[in-house]
Design a protein around this ligand. Sequence first.
Ligand code: ZN
Length: 357
Amino acid sequence: MGVASLRKHVIELPKRVVVGEGILEEVPRYISELDLGRRVVLLSGPSATRSIALRVRQSLEDRHFEVCEFIVENASIETVRRVLDYAKECKPELVVGVGGGKVIDVAKFLARDLGVALVSIPTAPSHDGICSPFASIKGLDRPTSVKCVMPTLVVADIDVISLAPRRLILAGCGDLIGKLTAVLDWRLAHRLRGEYYGEYAASLALLSAKHVLRLYEEFSAKTIPREAVRTLVEALISSGVAMGIAGSTRPASGSEHMFAHALDIVANYPALHGEEVALGTIMMLYLHGKNWKRIKRILMKMGLPTTAKELGVKDYQIVEALTRAHEIRPERYTILGERGLTWDAAEKLARKTGVID
Ligand code: ZN
């Protein structure tokens, strides 16, 4: 990004976002109101969220939509290609993704390649891709997200989402807490490299992290109150919108995400994305000279992993991921610099922050 991006800047936003209780069966009406078409490819997950997708399917068929359904096992490029071949035969006018991260990611990719509208129906508040134009697909030449399409319609039914496992809810909190360092890194790149920095997009991303921190006691409770889940969903949507406004993942993804992606390579996707991001945020806050202790305390209180052991990885894998994080996205300048951390510095960092013993 350079001066050119200041001259021309495209902001992509969803046409409609509906957040509410008991709105799942209203999906056909929202689609009709936006005139998105009647031939639907419906993507769903294989297990827990399938019953929710079947409710959407039923309500669509009741209103005489034509539905082709495909069950998405994972978010790999092979899956995307298979679904694409199948989907082409249905000649869809829109793609509807009902599920967690993987399903929505594949749906985004599919909608882009088919050149049709996307409807995102998240079943868990585990990441900020619910309402962003970026998707993570395994097996591409890079582990980071790729630009697809912004969902035209997002339907977030709090009745459905608040039933998601606690671990997925906390992962969403972790993904948002990562905005603290993502925005610090963005400012750094602006000051050192003259990279475009959007104050508004940055504030919006930070706001989503602040709301999670403000509600940390609610998220620490045994049963997380629905109002807190609703705020989390709205914060995840805001973070996605911040990316739409910035035209890149910059406001939502910095060195903490690069660490998380590096750990996925080193330890083969050992934990949930938001859990890895949260742990990375502790260490990157330390590098930025910020109050990492406070954030670590909050993460511990909420029950997010703050050590290698809790995350299910070996100490050396944390160190290795730290030393490789800067290679993940070489064009994205962060606190890791161009050369990254030495093994010694990485080990000290992980030890100092209590991530490894
Ligand atoms: Zn993320």
